[in-house]
Design a protein around this ligand. Structure first.
Ligand SMILES: Cc1cc2nc3c(=O)[nH]c(=O)nc-3n(C[C@H](O)[C@H](O)[C@H](O)COP(=O)(O)OP(=O)(O)OC[C@H]3O[C@@H](n4cnc5c(N)ncnc54)[C@H](O)[C@@H]3O)c2cc1C
Length: 346
């Protein structure tokens, strides 16, 4: 990753991205959220060889309440009963206290930072001589511009056709106290806030499309358990974190993959509780540690070492987080755990 690898701005720090394919066994993918959703939906709902059934997605089904035996009540008055309830309703989840009890704080609170998110087609940036130098050459190129109280982060996605930006600013949003994702973004306010940037960066920002405003929230302490009864918490509902290590979505996908493996070869619904215990064993330390380590940048890990240490039983908190974030293979580890538990080769 390079810090503004361009002709008109100074490069302050440059970090080489390792060959992740060689080092961690997979390429470094940078997704546009919409593309990831669409592909996950396709995997879940379209028949494939060797899959017995596919998922059915019920839209417009807002959950009003759940209980630990698997009852789900919808806001439209419908009720259903399931053998397993996977709570994945995001950072403002209403249901963690079902699992950990009312006495444990589960609210994710505002951190004082908000983020303008926007996309720009790379072609549009290449057409303008002022912005072209920053986007020529293709390939992976993530950049960060730091100012006193603001930060611009960008990386390419959709095979380089789109550039994805986040502009972190102090949270001065008024109203929308309970909102995280759906806060209207004013283009005028945005352009005013980027006026402190270098003119080239302002030229880039002026082309912003699909402008959105998010409020950054985090839960200060990890919760003590991920599961109780027939209910399991995953994703931001389970471990809401800041985006400093870009691991919120990644750990959510890992949770889903772990559940997929741990709930394979299920003989009967009597095994649900045991499988959820395996999920807790596999995931608890990792998601708790990443939640805490995500509250700071890669160069500030020393600030959270003490609080993260209890989640590392076999040594100190690692200094460089890429190894910790990218090395585990959650599906392999889940399968090994399941095999050990069933004492068989599945
Ligand atoms: C600025 C920013 C940058 C980020 N960058 C990265 C990154 O680079 N890499 C990364 O890995 N992560 C990143 N993240 C984090 C990532 O977006 C989240 O961790 C991820 O979206 C969590 O997924 P989730 O499925 O748990 O929750 P969400 O994506 O929030 O999905 C929750 C879903 O539940 C639905 N829902 C809510 N309430 C109910 C209800 N009562 N009934 C039914 N449905 C309900 C919602 O409509 C929504 O569809 C970033 C986050 C932010 C804010």
């Amino acid at each position: 990753m390079s810090l503004l690898d361009a002709h008109t701005l100074d490069v302050l720090r440059s970090v080489a991205v390792p060959d992740t394919r060689q080092r961690y066994g997979a390429p470094w993918f940078l997704f546009h959220r919409v593309d990831l959703h669409l592909q996950l939906k396709k995997l879940a709902t379209e028949p494939r060889p060797n899959t017995k059934s596919v998922a059915k997605i019920n839209l417009s089904s807002e959950v009003a309440d759940i209980d630990l035996e698997g009852a789900i009540s919808l806001t439209n008055g419908e009720c259903v009963k399931k053998d397993l309830v996977v709570v994945a309703d995001g950072v403002r989840s209403k249901f963690p206290s079902k699992v950990v009890g009312e006495g444990v704080p589960t609210q994710a609170s505002p951190t004082g930072t908000a983020v303008y998110r926007f996309l720009i087609p790379t072609e549009k940036l290449l057409q303008d001589p002022e912005t072209r130098p920053y986007f020529e050459g293709g390939g992976f190129h993530g950049s960060i511009a730091r100012l006193k109280d603001a930060r611009l982060v960008w990386y390419p996605c959709r095979r380089g056709a789109l550039q994805n930006f986040g502009f972190f600013v102090p949270d001065t949003i008024t109203g929308f106290d309970d909102e995280v994702w759906n806060i209207p973004a004013s283009r005028d306010e945005f352009l005013k806030s980027v006026s402190q940037l270098h003119p080239d960066l302002q030229a880039i920002c002026s082309k912003a499309e699909d402008l959105k405003l998010f409020r950054l929230c985090m839960r200060k302490k990890p919760i003590p358990s991920l599961t109780k009864g027939n209910v399991v918490l995953i994703g931001d509902a389970s471990h809401p974190m800041l985006p400093h290590q870009a691991q919120g979505g990644a750990t959510s996908v890992e949770d889903g993959a772990a559940l997929g493996v741990l709930f394979s070869h299920l003989g009967s619904k009597d095994e649900v509780h045991r499988r959820l215990e395996l999920f807790q064993k596999l995931r608890f330390d990792r998601v708790s540690a990443i939640q805490l380590l995500s509250s700071v940048g890669q160069d500030e890990i020393h600030k959270v070492v003490e609080s993260a240490q209890p989640y590392f039983h076999h040594g100190p908190v690692p200094n460089g987080l890429n190894e910790y974030n990218f090395t585990p293979n959650v599906m392999r580890d889940a399968l090994e755990l399941l095999q050990q538990d069933c004492k068989t080769d599945l």
